[in-house]
Design a protein around this ligand. Structure first.
Ligand code: NAD
Ligand code: ZN
Ligand code: ZN
Length: 404
């Protein structure tokens, strides 16, 4: 067991499956690794055999060349696996446990972790608060679109599943706990969704669909999903959402047709900075402005969609540093609250795992989870980038194929 196959970012539009070193309980130098993290020892970490690892819209920002991700960066922050080695300081996680890994890396010791803000841990990324596996500017922790990966602070970060057989059987659903299900749920919770809410979800990608399913789980009366991608809108309708095709008519008119009023109680941005405007071109602030438009006065706006501080492909000089034309006056006039940032996965993953294990939600079907081999990752990235209405799940050891 000295080698490890893993998905690497090569250049805009290209990823490649490469052979890399087998992980150890230490951060080694490599593409994207913060020099101040090199040599960091992780006796509190574990090595996982990766059983499921998903391709995310967040990966696409890097693979489209819209970030400063370096060549050779090993991708993958959505990881579920089996513990095959535990460091000497790991007390409660055991070899053989099947575990979900929150995409946020957190120490469990700093002020923010103590306040459950694990998306902005102060001790895992020398460059800024917050870290993730396989992501630009996120500390250089090696990604988990791989056969094996190291996870630090294992007792704190990992969610072990109580029953091994049940976990393996529901792996296609449980794999969504590492990111998109909690992220979509966080979007809905921070937008104040509850029993009887009317909700607008911008974006019918996997995060938007997970948010829509979450809003249903939270008791929303009507969930309206908007996108330009008709296949993805059909996917949203497959589990009971209303949809708006943004190419057709103004958003508020379509909301009024559905609800009888041109506004909703809660609105969520599940698109981010690569948003398309109505003219077809990119308009990075358009979703932020449209959710302010459509949300009632007094609403909270959930903004899991990602915004960056550096975008080499930005539409203008402002956008290249993440400075967008947001109509804040409108949000101010309506007393809107905004919630942005990484989803603190740990606040939600245990509850959502229970909802999955006890059949309260069918998240894999909602996002059209599609299992492919690790070696097929380049094709999965291409199809996802072309707008396929699928959430690609890589199966490095055949566990998902066996479960099916
Ligand atoms: N905050 C977090 O912790 C977190 C976690 C995961 C993903 N994300 C982010 O969430 C966003 C969505 O992720 P995804 O995997 O679903 O990505 P995705 O790219 O598959 O989906 C985005 C969808 O938005 C649609 N879209 C574009 N412009 C639009 C507009 N003006 N109105 C409505 N829809 C529009 C696209 O057609 C696409 O279907 C990304 O920005 C991703 O980086 C954030
Ligand atoms: Zn993700
Ligand atoms: Zn911390």
């Amino acid at each position: 067991m000295s080698a490890n196959r893993a998905v690497a970012y090569i250049e805009p539009g290209t990823v490649e499956v490469q052979t890399i070193d087998f992980p150890t309980l230490e951060v080694k130098d490599g593409p994207g690794v913060d020099p101040a993290n090199v040599g960091r020892r992780c006796p509190h970490g574990v090595i996982l055999k990766v059983l499921a690892t998903n391709i995310c819209g967040s990966d696409q920002h890097m693979v489209r060349g819209r970030t400063t991700a370096p060549r050779g960066l090993i991708l993958g922050h959505e990881i579920t696996g089996e513990v095959i080695e535990a460091g000497p300081d790991v007390e409660f996680i055991r070899v053989g446990d099947i575990v979900s890994v929150p995409f946020n890396i957190a120490c469990g010791r700093c002020r923010n972790c103590k306040e459950r803000q694990t998306g902005i841990c102060l001790n895992v990324n020398p460059a800024r608060p917050g870290a993730a596996y396989g992501y630009v500017d996120m500390g250089g922790w090696v990604g988990g679109q791989a056969e094996y990966v190291m996870v630090p602070y294992a007792d704190w970060n990992l969610l072990p599943f109580p029953d091994r057989d049940a976990a393996l059987e529901k792996l296609r659903d449980l794999t969504m706990l590492s990111d998109i299900f909690p992220t979509g749920f966080h979007g809905a919770v921070t937008a104040g969704v509850g029993v009887g809410s009317t909700v607008y979800v911008a974006g019918a990608g996997p995060v938007g669909l997970a948010c829509a399913a979450s809003a249903q789980l939270l008791g929303a009366a009507v969930v309206v999903v908007g996108d330009f991608n008709t296949d993805r809108l059909a996917q949203a309708r497959s589990f009971g959402c209303e949809t708006v095709d943004l190419a057709k008519a103004p958003l508020t008119d379509q909301i009024e047709d559905i609800l009888g009023v041109p506004e909703v109680d809660s609105a969520v941005d599940c698109v981010g900075f690569e948003a398309r405007g109505h003219g077809g071109g990119e308009a990075p602030a358009t979703v932020l402005n449209s959710i302010m438009d459509v949300a009632r006065a007094g609403a909270s706006l959930g903004i899991p969609g990602l915004y960056v501080t550096g975008d080499p492909g930005g539409v203008d000089a402002d956008a290249r540093i993440g400075s967008l034309k947001i109509r804040l006056g409108l949000g101010w006039a309506k007393s809107h609250r905004f919630m942005t940032g990484q989803c603190p996965v740990m606040q939600y993953h245990r509850q959502l795992s229970m909802a999955i294990l006890h059949d309260r939600v069918r998240i894999a079907d909602a996002v059209n989870a599609t299992v492919i081999a690790l070696e097929e990752a380049p094709g999965g990235y291409r199809e996802f980038d072309s707008g396929a209405s699928r959430k690609y799940v890589l199966d490095p050891h055949g566990a998902l194929t066996r479960a099916a």
